[in-house]
Design a binder for this molecule. Sequence first.
Ligand code: FES
Length: 217
Amino acid sequence: MAEAASRGSGDDVSVQRVPEKKRKPLTPDQMAVSRRMFLNRAWTATFATFLGFFGMSTLSFLWPKLSGGFGTAITVGDAAEILKQVGPDGGYKPLFNPEGRFWLTYYDGTGDSPVYAAVGATELKIQALYRKCVHLGCSVPHCSKSMLFECPCHGSKYRLHGEYYGGPAPRGLDRFPVSVAAGKLVVDTGALEVGPPRGTNTWDKFAEPVGSLCVPT
Ligand code: FES
């Protein structure tokens, strides 16, 4: 429909108004297709979001913690004090460190196995034994009666200094290097050393249980 309008100047200006096209309503088939497309896109977006979150949380779980904790060098405390606690003065009682998952134990053996030099045990008279059983990975507690580490899962036994004593374990407990910096004992839990093989016996004092076993064989 055309419409003419007069302005103050007196010129006639024609304004053409284009008739609006009437949109055709969608057919049921078209509506079904567009609903399906919407749902498909919504599902794709939801799935992509889920995958994104899942990927990020997996990565954050696997990423090594670089600011302390297990997998890093842990400063345990005053080296002389710890040596006193775990040595003869303290009755050779091992000290557990939950942050690093290791047992600190006294060592006064011959060091006649390469691993002792690798972890600095002979020099410092102290060891950091990883508490994870080398059989199938259970946490190994210390038995104060026998003075052995005795695995509750399948009965593997390790001496105070982590050497293999009995059970299905293939070797002695794995361990971490120890060092002293500014008088503090430092355990590097990022540099695991494989334990000594079966048959290693480098310290007579705790070669045999000193009392009854906590986990009978
Ligand atoms: S996991 Fe320790 S003996 Fe099997």
